[in-house]
Ligand binder design. Structure first.
Ligand code: GDP
Length: 198
């Protein structure tokens, strides 16, 4: 697999229009999205930081899988939500960019293959996440949950958390821990399966 950073989009005009399948990642600030993207791309460029809520851009990465099943796609890192630290304006800006992202014009040359909604396994019941999930469901795109930071749960809580989320939300839940390096294989399989459908 080869990965490269393509661009950071501040508005819809910046989105690439190559027609490559896109898999989007959405989640609350600090959920562990940059860490996961670093792990999946094996690049150290998705900015991880202890000061959440600062990234207001959509970052596009191109992933290329080699033979025997060659595949190219974009992994798209959308701005984190749930942090108003930058003030009302930055919240609005985030909403506009995300709405623009999920509402491509028919002639835009863009194809969204699927969406990962990242949820912190320790906090599966946050109202901001519930609102974001409902919003994402309405796009009618293929959607799966990634339950992040599974290492923070006791062994005995891990399976229950995944099952409870799956039952409540009615979509697939993929557990992962960047700290332990677990869960990536299933995420990559899902990325490739979605992309292969387009
Ligand atoms: P983002 O704001 O969603 O991009 O979140 P980051 O990737 O920057 O991660 C936020 C914080 O959570 C950082 O301090 C990370 O080191 C930490 N973190 C991310 N993934 C994991 C994980 O799997 N386990 C643990 N224990 N911490 C994690």
């Amino acid at each position: 697999m080869q990965a490269q950073f393509i661009l950071s989009a501040a508005s819809a005009a910046d989105f690439p229009r190559t027609g490559l399948p896109e898999v989007a990642m959405v989640g609350r600030s600090n959920v562990g999205k940059s860490s996961l993207i670093n792990a999946l791309t094996k690049l150290k460029i998705a900015r991880t930081s202890a000061a959440p809520g600062k990234t207001r851009l959509a970052n596009f990465y191109k992933l290329q899988y080699p033979v025997p099943n060659p595949q190219s796609l974009y992994l798209v890192d959308l701005p984190g939500y749930g942090y108003a630290r930058g003030g009302q304006d930055s919240v609005e800006e985030f909403e506009v960019l995300t709405r623009q992202y999920f509402d491509p014009a028919p002639d835009s040359g863009r194809r969204i293959a699927g969406v990962f909604h990242l949820i912190d396994a320790r906090h599966p019941d946050l109202p901001q996440d519930a609102a974001a999930f409902e919003w994402l469901m309405r796009t009618q795109l293929p959607l799966a949950i990634v339950a992040t930071k599974m290492d923070k749960l006791k062994q005995s809580e891990q399976a229950t958390t995944v099952r409870t989320l799956e039952r409540r939300l009615g979509v697939r839940v993929l557990p992962e821990s960047v700290m332990k390096g677990t869960g990536f294989d299933e995420i990559v399989k899902q990325i490739r399966q979605w992309s292969g459908r387009l």
